[in-house]
Design a protein around this ligand. Structure first.
Ligand code: BES
Ligand code: MN
Ligand code: ZN
Length: 516
């Protein structure tokens, strides 16, 4: 075996099927496809339903009349088109809830649910009718995102037959064919694909996604897209004085690295530089403060924040926003071993602040602290970090909402609003000085844990010490990055949370708060 030959157990995951998506203004009768999905509301009085009723020989009205189709969210009903003048003879009526309760996120989820249903029937080509009261562009974007999300392959290592077919071709049937609607759908495809990219990376087992292979994947995904990629290796990490990053990685035989990705816009409108920092722990055993065995396998997704940052930059390269972006992803394993850091050890951060490590399982904040510093070194003026940081955040907010922390309020609110629009629910949490006091160490500047109470907040308070007073938002995605249970719109596994929020945030640079 040659010296550089790693132990390869199985090959890299199968590549995802790419969905080709179009927008058509054609009348549904003339759309060539294998399935048309028609959303219907509980209180649907749309005059456009008449053509569907006629096509089905009055079946739609009958089913609605006898309450078989009620329009309840995700309710489904297959309709056959009798009229031989229709090119597609199969219709799936999908409940969309009350008309005035339709949101962009519901729209996105309905599209995903429809796409996943088609895949279970091994239907690879479908068209979705755009209906409802929402802004047509925003709605088309959400539908496109949802459809692309449905095309995600969740079982890349299954060698026998898959449970689901591949989604190859989708169309959105919009009334009218304006360029703006098509452009919105194209944006949706970019954001959906980026989300899937992050999901794929987070689902990867840690033997196949080590810090180094994470860096290789970043190169493959981002090269030739007008982005500058730089990978800091172990010696560079040492040289820069990133002692917290170096400390966490000591227990592993896999060398750490810091991925740095830079986007420079063709035309800069503002001086702002958005710094995106993502936790990239490719496996978190807890280190010497080891985690219980039950559920430890999930800790392969402790790099979900890093994956979100990488994927957001993949989208940014295509969206070409008018603001500079720098992504910093500290990538390491957190392992047990003879060289591993131990509880009570003191490390020195790149800022010069010293940290007493009282629990080696609170490693995310350590590597993020050095990464936040590095983002500032590279000129970031506004910071956002994303991390599967604390179990306490899962206790506080559950599995649907990420914790949002930061300063000033205007920056935090912009991030929250952007998340709402993008379909990532974020909720603001307090960061009073009292919490920072809980991090006072007996022998160093800071200790890395603040006790059981308010665990998500003390973790954020720790990060705050390394933000240099810049506008900064921290997203704790410990509860939202992974779905333990499948829903009609989200299969088990990585969710790709925060990708679209980060990417969309670059499109709001006109509203970034001023820094002085
Ligand atoms: N990666 C974990 C947090 C986590 C928990 C992510 C559950 C996803 C799901 C993090 O590194 C961690 O271990 N945090 C500790 C902090 C504690 C030691 C202060 C935790 O939450 O228990
Ligand atoms: Mn940990
Ligand atoms: Zn962790």
């Amino acid at each position: 075996m040659s010296k550089s030959c790693a132990l390869v157990i199985i090959g890299r995951m199968a590549s995802q099927t790419r969905l080709s998506l179009s927008v058509t203004g054609a009348t549904p009768r003339l759309v060539t496809t294998d399935l048309i999905v028609l959303p219907v509301f509980v209180d649907d009085a749309g005059a456009d339903l008449a053509q569907w009723n006629d096509a089905s020989g009055g079946e739609l009205a009958r089913l609605r009349g006898n309450q078989e189709i009620r329009g309840k969210l995700y309710e489904t009903h297959w309709l056959h088109v009798d009229d031989a003048n229709w090119r597609c003879r199969r219709v799936l009526v999908m409940g969309a809830g009350p008309r005035n309760q339709l949101t962009l996120e519901r729209t996105r989820r309905l599209a995903t649910a429809a796409g996943l249903l088609a895949r279970r029937q091994r239907i690879g080509r479908l068209a979705l009718v755009q209906r409802g009261p929402l802004d047509r562009q925003a709605c088309a974007q959400a539908l496109a995102e949802g459809l692309v999300l449905a095309s995600f392959q969740t079982d890349p290592y299954k060698t026998r037959e898959r449970d689901q077919g591949a989604l190859r071709e989708a169309a959105i049937i919009a009334d009218g064919e304006e360029k703006s609607v098509t452009a919105a759908a194209e944006r949706g495809v970019v954001l959906g694909e980026a989300t899937n990219l992050a999901r794929g990376l987070s689902n990867e087992p840690s033997n196949l996604l080590t810090p180094r292979s994470f860096a290789e994947r970043a190169h493959e995904l981002l090269a030739n897209r007008g982005l500058a990629i730089d990978v800091l290796d172990e010696s560079r990490i040492q040289e820069l004085g990133m002692g917290l990053m170096a400390g966490v990685s000591r227990g592993s035989v896999e060398p750490p690295c810091v991925l740095v990705v830079r986007y420079t816009p063709p035309e800069t409108v503002s001086d702002a530089v958005l710094g995106l920092v993502g936790k990239g722990v490719t496996f978190d055993t807890g280190g010497v403060s080891i985690k219980p065995a039950d559920g430890m396998d999930k800790m392969k997704h402790d790099m979900a924040g890093g994956a979100s940052v990488l994927a957001a930059l993949h989208a940014v390269a295509q969206l070409q926003p008018p603001v500079s972006v720098v992504g910093v992803i500290p990538a390491t394993e957190n392992m047990v071993g003879g060289r591993a850091i131990k509880p009570g050890d003191v490390l020195r951060s790149a800022t010069g602040k010293t940290v007493e490590v009282l629990n080696t399982d609170a490693e995310g904040r350590l590597i993020l602290a050095d990464a936040l510093w590095y983002a500032r070194e590279l000129g970031a003026t506004h910071l956002v970090d994303v991390a599967t940081l604390t179990g306490a955040c899962v206790v506080a907010l559950g599995r649907t909402t990420s914790g949002l922390f930061g300063q000033p309020a205007s920056w935090v609110e912009l991030v929250r609003e952007t998340g709402e629009h993008a379909g990532d629910r974020l909720w603001p949490m307090p960061l009073f000085e009292d919490y920072t006091e809980l991090l006072e160490s007996e022998i160093a500047d800071l200790q890395n844990i603040g006790g059981r109470a308010a665990g998500a907040i003390t973790a954020a308070a720790f990060l705050k010490e390394f933000t240099g007073g810049l506008p900064w938002a921290h997203l704790d995605i410990a509860g939202t990055a992974w779905a333990d249970d499948a829903t009609p719109y989200q299969p088990k596994g990585a969710t790709g949370v925060a990708v679209r929020t980060l990417a969309e945030l670059t499109l709001t640079s006109g509203r970034f708060p001023a820094t002085t």
